[in-house]
Design a protein around this ligand. Structure first.
Ligand SMILES: Cc1cc2nc3c(=O)[nH]c(=O)nc-3n(C[C@H](O)[C@H](O)[C@H](O)COP(=O)(O)O)c2cc1C
Length: 235
């Protein structure tokens, strides 16, 4: 702890300090480098999947995945996320219809030439059958205010991290997802009847991959391209 006096001593009327409890380190049972390598090897198998099986996934599974997402750090611990999990076929059909309408508009009018050039190799288009086929859709909403009207901090960063954890948890469970961003996503709040302070952030279909699922063959950047040590002068 620092030698600064606590905020409570410097500003009147602040809430009291929380009780401080001992931190219990997660022990992976192997040295950190080995644990980190194993985690990387699992995560390196993750791919965005656009072809889903209709095989069911239990609600319990989705609940554990959401709990994992909810472990994310957040600005001032405001936890500015809501994970709306959809499995009702009629609701999924409605979401698919609305998403495809937005996507048609995107591909035919809104997308810049450059954006279409970047998307072309992936083979994506406005058809989103997976929104009905996948047994679950997790629609992530970012909270512009807390549920009781309080301020949130670093909303985008916090919800982005929560989404990363959700995606990792889905992959870790042996399932697949796709970070889907029908644009604009306002319709999701309307279809799902969410309150105004919840802003659609990401749509994650969750399920098993289709038996004949394929993914585009792509390389990820190597370590030398994504990591710099100090000022990058260590060769
Ligand atoms: C914020 C974000 C939005 C994305 N939106 C879409 C999308 O709307 N449709 C889609 O098919 N893929 C979408 N993707 C998936 C990317 O195309 C994919 O992550 C990228 O091609 C790398 O492939 P990989 O996830 O298999 O490693 C999105 C990814 C991110 C991170």
């Amino acid at each position: 702890m620092s030698n600064d006096p606590p905020l409570q001593d410097r500003f009147a009327g602040l809430p009291p300090l929380l009780p401080m409890v001992p931190y219990e380190r997660h022990d992976p049972g192997v040295p950190p480098a080995e644990a980190a390598r194993r985690f990387y090897e699992v995560m390196d198998q993750r791919r965005s999947c656009r072809f889903f099986s209709d095989r069911d996934v239990s609600r319990e599974t989705i609940e554990w995945i959401c709990r994992a997402g909810g472990t994310a750090p957040s600005g001032a611990h405001k936890q500015p996320w809501r994970f709306v999990c959809v499995r009702d076929p009629a609701l999924k059909k409605e979401i698919r219809a609305a998403a495809e309408a937005e996507e048609r508009e995107f591909y035919e009018r809104r997308a810049s030439r450059r954006w279409l050039e970047d998307l072309a190799p992936l083979g994506t288009d406005s058809a989103k059958p997976f929104l009905e086929i996948a047994p679950w859709l997790i629609v992530v909403f970012a909270l512009a205010k807390t549920d009781d009207g309080g301020q949130v901090y670093y909303r985008e960063e916090s919800v982005g991290i929560a989404c990363g954890l959700l995606i990792a948890a889905i992959h870790h469970a042996g399932l697949v997802t796709l970070t889907h961003t029908p644009s604009p996503m306002r319709f999701l709040g309307e279809v799902l009847g969410r309150p105004a302070h919840e802003r659609p952030f990401l749509l994650l279909p969750v399920g098993y991959p289709a038996e004949d699922a394929v993914v585009p063959e792509m390389e990820r950047k190597g370590l030398g391209e994504i990591m710099v040590v100090d000022r990058g002068e260590d060769g």
